[in-house]
Design a protein. Structure first.
Lengths: 161, 161
DNA sequence: ATAGGTGCAAAAGATTTGCAACTGG
DNA sequence: CCAGTTGCAAATCTTTTGCACCTAT
């Protein structure tokens, strides 16, 4: 009937972006991804990053999360089906969670309500073990992990640099 | 220990805002709420609306939803517990849904993962019956439902005016 | 009296768009 | 060749902030 994925030409920028995003095992914002790619030597415009991400989103090959107000984070989706994640509010790391239950629940709601084309957004956030201050004794620093994640949000170890 | 709801002084603007929001049975953006209040004769600054909504959010008396990129919608929360909604993408009307299942699921994830202070965001969107084009025959008008949810994409009859 | 609230104008950010030049199939 | 891409600058849009002036308690 229609083209879920109209075109998408494998240009130099587009390919590099997909690779950078796939290498990144976490959510990352368009701006950060652009910065990272630029750092790594890829010449690409911020506008292009936005447009490419938008297309990938339309093609359902990335998962999207909202960061605070008006900032969207993208994460490459290896497998076919969409996933939901548990994101650490302190260090930004994310891990996929089993969401069968929610999927079914959403399906039931859809059926019972009579609504069509029901879509859902589910986001879990918390403070991961590594970022939890040990209540009584000496509290560890912020994030006892890879030395390069210092951004409260986006900024993952496996990501690029 | 701390004050979840530090202050909140019942000023003219604040009170009017709460009333307007409570009267509105649907999600509404800060800008729209401001516009509506202004239309209705309440003199209030947009800044104040933003600040009041932020405080209400902190006080957990409103539910928040994300609209597209970087626009937040607020909905007055009558009962105590938070709720999740099914929102029509065509007309914007929203109806709370039973989310026990999801609450439990979220709790389990929290426990199993070891993450602390786990919070969740769940949003369901679809096309309500009234907005569904009747495939073959004559298509009904926009949205013929229960008299209390009729907001056409933020702009409800029941809301204020 | 005074801590908190208000509002205007300006600032901040993130994302989108106009447009002319470019490129992969 | 030609539809799709790119990138820069400018434009949009929503939300936040600086600051001086009000106002409940």
């Amino acid at each position: 009937m229609s083209d879920p994925t109209p075109k998408q030409r494998p240009t130099r920028q587009r390919s590099a972006l997909v690779e950078a995003l796939a290498n990144c095992q976490d959510f990352i914002s368009a701006q950060d991804l652009h910065a990272r790619m630029t750092e790594d030597g890829t010449r690409i415009g911020l506008t292009t990053v936005y447009r490419a991400l938008r297309d990938l989103e339309a093609a359902d090959t990335v998962d999207v999360a909202q960061a605070g107000a008006g900032e969207r984070l993208y994460r490459w989706r290896p497998a076919g089906r969409h996933r939901h994640y548990l994101i650490c509010r302190a260090c930004g790391s994310s891990r996929p969670v089993d969401s069968e239950v929610v999927e079914e629940w959403a399906g039931r709601i859809a059926a019972d309500s009579g609504f069509a084309a029901v879509e859902h957004t589910v986001e879990l956030t918390g403070v991961c073990i590594g970022c939890q201050p040990t209540t009584g004794e000496g509290k560890l620093p912020s994030c006892p992990w890879s030395p390069d994640w210092e951004t409260p949000r986006h900024r993952a170890p496996g990501c690029g640099s």
